[in-house]
Design a binder for this molecule. Structure first.
Ligand code: PEP
Ligand code: MG
Length: 584
């Protein structure tokens, strides 16, 4: 039977078009290690298992909420998810696993596998079609638990064929870091919003992606042809010849446009009336440095150091971090590198820190970023020492995430002085501390920007979190993604206030959130006084083009007009009525 073309919609999180065979990430097929657990450690192992049960329960609840908003036909999915949930509380599966861990003294993953096998065998012995189906469900739930326990060492894309489109329930930032853009053409997920870190990574890697597609994996088999349209947030499954033809043409147009923009690499970013703007790149992974340089970036305005901590069971020490940073500084060859200290917590988790940061009731408001660093000074000190040592090889700045008070910056400065002294004792002499700045991404920081300016050498506005915290909208939750609006007048006023405080104190103010790479916002940001923008390198040429076509005088007028607006719709309309004619 011929497969019918089907279109599903979600949220476009990374632009571009991907055409290729589906590669479906299943919750199964993991190689499971088995090892003995000493008697003293048994309680800890039981807790580890309990933690996995809670995580999987939470994940299934999220999927269920998502499925509730589906049109008719989703009842089966709801029933199935309810059945999974039932299997996770006080069930034979859970009790059996606990029993095996205690009696056989083995690790939780191996105990789960044994219990699944035992349950499947007992269902099979009853020779009943209904129970046979339940056996499958037990297997599915067991595999979810195993996957949750093994997360840190598992590359879900290891077997992905070249040019494939990945379909998955969820892709974490750590998963996205493992994606190779040369093999993966695009991806689509059920969960996740446009401003989550998996989405940001997809944009950095240039991988078209959509999220929030509820029935994504229903009725698709591995290898089926799919098309992702990251601009429209649409996925087409089993496309007809005419649809395929249309998208192939669009893909050719996009490649031509990319080539044209690449030609701007060596053109200076100067407005038509002569104001120079520093365009820099955000970096998620070391390999982004080449893309950054090819895009014509004048430096790295935001190095997200989380990649050093992801997909590994331990923490990198000072020397390892120094090595990575030193190589980067050399590669940048005199261009500045702004290193942000570790920003784990929230949705960005590092496995080795899981016990400390993983279980907040409200992780976005919990122990994360600099709060974690100041509570675990060893972690922060190792990173600061590595940055100080790297600064001896070229221009480096230190950027502190999630600052909410003057006291935090003072504490960081005091630590830096102490670390400098300690390095001196080890025979390492730092010639002058690098500039230290604060991310302005919490409303409290923006509102005290004038006071913070006295203890900071520069600011970098993080409009992604500033939007999340000002509007109280979880940036990674697709169900409220329609309310996430970085151009909300409240967010814009905080940006304006911060930029003005920076000007008055004569310290540089950069902006490194996603709107820096949105060329509709370029005129506004220049008009608000920003002279340094840091963005995904793939967006840089288009923003540069915008700058060369603008005059500062017009940008100032435009910003004034826009800041007088309080109606979000009017603001959107103004932003759409670009300052620069399109297509030039
Ligand atoms: C931001 O919050 O705007 C930002 C740049 O940091 P991140 O996206 O890494 O939280
Ligand atoms: Mg942030």
């Amino acid at each position: 039977m011929k497969n019918e073309e089907r279109k599903l919609t979600g949220i476009g999180v990374a632009p571009g078009i991907a055409i290729g065979p589906a590669f479906i990430i299943e919750q199964s097929g993991l190689p499971v290690p088995e090892y003995e657990v000493p008697e003293k450690q048994l309680d800890k192992e039981l807790k580890r298992f309990e933690g996995a049960v809670i995580k999987v329960q939470r994940h299934i609840s999220q999927l269920r909420q998502k499925a509730e908003s589906l049109p008719a036909g989703a009842e089966d999915m709801l029933l199935l998810l309810d059945a999974y949930k039932g299997m996770l509380s006080g069930s034979r599966l859970v009790r059996g696993v606990e029993d095996i861990i205690q009696k056989q003294r083995i690790n939780a993953e191996a105990a789960i596998q044994k219990q699944i096998a035992a349950l499947k065998a007992s269902f099979a012995a009853m020779d009943d079609a209904y129970l046979a189906a339940r056996a499958e469900d037990v297997g599915e739930v067991g595999n979810r638990l195993i996957r949750s326990l093994l997360q840190q060492n598992y590359n879900p894309f290891a077997e992905a064929p070249e040019g494939c489109v990945i379909l998955a329930e969820e892709i974490t930032p750590a998963d996205a870091a493992l994606m190779n853009p040369e093999r993966v053409a695009g991806f689509a997920t059920v969960l996740g919003g446009a401003e989550g870190h998996a989405a940001i990574m997809a944009r950095a890697l240039g991988i078209p992606a959509i999220s929030g597609v509820a029935t994504l994996t229903h009725g698709v088999k591995p290898g089926d042809m799919v098309i992702i349209d990251g601009r429209q947030g649409e996925i087409t499954i089993h496309p007809e010849a005419a649809t395929l033809h249309y998208y192939k043409q669009e893909l050719t147009k996009k490649r031509q446009e990319d080539k044209r923009l690449k030609g701007l690499r060596d053109v200076p970013a100067i407005t038509a009336d002569g104001t120079a703007i520093s365009l820099q790149a955000n970096m998620e992974l070391p390999r982004d440095v080449d893309t950054a340089l090819e895009s014509g970036a004048k430096g790295i305005g935001l190095l997200r150091t989380e990649f050093m901590f992801m997909n590994r069971p331990d923490l990198p020490d000072e020397d390892e971090q120094y090595d990575v940073l030193r190589k980067l500084v050399h590669k940048l060859d005199g261009r500045p590198l702004t290193v942000r200290t570790l920003d784990v917590g929230g949705e960005k988790l590092a496995t080795a820190l899981g016990d400390t940061v993983g279980e907040s009731v409200n992780p976005a408001l919990g122990l994360r970023a600099i709060r974690l660093g100041l509570k675990q000074p060893k972690l922060l000190d190792a990173q600061l020492a590595a940055i100080l040592r790297a600064s001896m090889h070229g221009p480096v700045r230190i950027l502190i995430p999630m600052v909410s008070s003057v006291g935090q910056m003072k504490q960081v400065r005091a630590r830096l002085l102490q670390i400098e002294r300690r390095l001196h004792k080890r025979g390492i002499r730092i010639k002058g501390l690098p500039p230290v700045g604060a991310m302005i991404e919490i409303p409290s920081a923006a509102l005290i920007a004038d006071a913070l300016a006295k203890v900071c050498d520069f600011f970098s506005i993080g409009s992604n979190d500033l939007t999340q915290y000002t509007l109280a909208i979880d940036r990674g939750d697709e169900r409220v993604a329609d309310l996430y609006d970085p151009f909300h007048p409240a967010v814009l006023r905080l940006i304006q206030f911060t930029a003005a405080a920076g000007w008055r104190a004569n310290i540089p103010v950069a902006l490194c959130g996603e709107i820096a790479g949105d060329r509709r916002a370029t005129g506004l940001l220049l008009g608000l006084g920003l002279r340094e923008l840091s963005m995904s390198p793939l967006r840089l040429p288009a923003v540069k083009h915008e700058i060369t076509q603008l005059t500062l005088a017009r940008a100032l007028d435009f910003a004034e007009k826009l800041m007088n607006q309080t109606d979000e719709k009017e603001i959107r309309a103004l932003l759409a009525s670009s300052l620069v004619p399109r297509g030039k």
